[in-house]
Write a protein that binds this ligand. Structure first.
Ligand SMILES: [Fe+2]
Length: 236
């Protein structure tokens, strides 16, 4: 993706988030210069890969297949193993109308996907088998404490305020219907480097073509701008 495209997506995303009455933490507004000036006190943000994250899954059609994310908080796998400290993660995602977050599942993470406002959010569900293929069996999920069962490939539509709990090995693909959706995600610790399994062979983090200066840094930019550490490439 070109940096100019990433900058535009984040600028538009900031306006959208504000319009929905949601407020992001201070580091959401830090510039590249702010990051260069940060001391070791801000290490948690870089090491836990908090902040802006955008993907077009390497397909170059962001409006059709892509998503803007912001990771607000995230613990570590160490915490999760010890059941101490931050064992959780929270993100927001901005999903455009008919813009797909492609079929994927997680082996470790259990996540709640929440419609925090905008249009409706359609989620397509399958169980993954041990080879990552779709299974032909019903999928049961919890939607705000109420169990729902759909056939393989069936959908659940979340109106604003509704949420769904996705267990490990439950494939999910989603898109906004009618209007863009501010999506919340509350989950166990998130490991984007190792715990995303896509149905199609796609990428998670785009290569950035630097055609202008960054408006905000992506979590993948910290290694270049922040002197005091970044998330290890494989897991954190
Ligand atoms: Fe997911």
């Amino acid at each position: 993706m070109k940096r100019s495209e990433v900058n535009r997506i984040i600028r538009d995303g900031e306006v959208f988030v504000r319009q929905h009455g949601f407020f992001l933490p201070p580091f959401a507004s830090w510039t590249a210069q702010d990051w260069e000036n940060q001391g070791p006190q801000a290490r948690e943000i870089a090491q836990h890969a908090l902040g802006w994250d955008v993907t077009d899954f390497g397909l170059g059609e962001y409006a059709k297949k892509g998503v803007l994310l912001f990771t607000i908080r995230n613990g570590s796998l160490e915490n999760l193993r010890a059941m101490k400290g931050k064992t959780y993660c929270e993100k927001i995602l901005i999903c455009g109308v008919d813009q797909l977050v492609l079929h994927h599942y997680h082996k470790s993470k259990t996540e709640d996907i929440i419609n925090r406002g905008g249009g409706d959010l359609e989620i397509i569900l399958h169980w993954a088998d041990e080879n990552g293929r779709f299974q032909d069996r019903d999928v049961s999920v919890s939607c705000d404490g109420v169990e729902r069962t759909v056939a393989a490939g069936g959908k659940v539509v979340l109106t604003p305020g509704q949420s769904i709990t996705l267990e490990p090995l439950q494939y999910h693909q989603f898109r906004a219907l009618g209007k863009p959706v501010l999506v919340g995600e509350v989950s166990t610790v998130n490991d984007d480097a190792n715990d995303n399994f896509f149905y199609e062979l796609v990428g998670r983090f785009p290569q950035i073509e630097e055609d202008e200066a960054p408006y905000r840094l992506l979590m993948t930019d910290y290694a270049r701008y922040y002197k005091h550490g970044a998330a290890p490439k494989a897991g954190y």
